[in-house]
Design a protein around this ligand. Structure first.
Ligand SMILES: [Zn+2]
Length: 153
C-alpha cells in the first residue's frame, strides 16, 4: 500500500514536518500490525494557492509513486474519500474507489460520484477492490497491482 495525501497544514505552518513524519511512522506501525506493509507515503505539503503539480486532484504524486514503484496505474486502484481523490485517480489513469461511512448517508448523487464504486466497511472495501481488479485475490505475490489510500486533509 502507498499513501498519497494532501497535507497543506504543513505549508500553512500549522503542522511541523517532523510531526508529519512521526504520524507516518505510527501509521506504518499500525498497518504492519494488521499485516499490511506501507511501501511509501507521498505528501503534498503545499497550500492550494501555491498551484503546485502535486496537490490532489492533480495526479503528480500518483504519477511519481507509479514511476518509483513501477506501478501499472490502469491495473491499480486508488482508494479515497473525496471528489479530490476520485479526480486525481482519473487524471492519473488509475481506478478510483470511494471508502467512508459518510458516503453511506450522503444523498449526493453528483456526477463525479455516480460511476465510482464505493464501500462503507473494510470488508466491503476488500470485496469491491478485488472486484475492481477483476481478481479473486488482491495483491497476491505475483500481482503487480497496488492499492493506494488517499487522504485529503
Ligand atoms: Zn504540492
Amino acid at each position: 500500500m502507498i499513501v498519497i495525501s494532501n497535507q497543506a497544514a504543513v505549508g500553512k505552518g500549522l503542522l511541523d514536518p517532523a510531526r508529519l513524519e512521526e504520524i507516518t511512522v505510527k501509521m506504518q506501525q499500525a498497518l504492519l500490525q494488521d499485516g499490511t506493509p506501507l511501501a511509501a507515503a507521498y505528501y503534498c505539503t503545499h497550500r492550494s494557492d501555491e498551484n503546485c503539480v502535486c496537490r490532489k486532484p492533480k495526479p503528480g504524486l500518483l504519477l511519481e509513486a507509479a514511476s518509483d514503484f513501477n506501478i501499472d496505474l490502469p491495473r491499480s486502484i486508488f482508494i479515497g474519500d473525496s471528489e479530490t481523490d476520485v479526480r486525481a485517480a482519473q487524471a492519473a489513469g488509475s481506478r478510483p474507489l470511494l471508502f467512508g461511512l459518510g458516503l453511506q448517508v450522503s444523498s449526493d448523487t453528483a456526477d463525479w460520484k455516480s460511476k465510482v464504486p464505493f464501500a462503507t466497511t473494510a470488508q466491503a472495501l476488500f470485496l469491491v477492490a478485488a472486484g475492481c481488479l477483476g481478481e479473486k485475490t488482491l495483491m497476491g505475490p505475483r500481482d503487480r497491482s497496488s492499492a493506494s489510500f488517499g487522504r485529503d486533509n
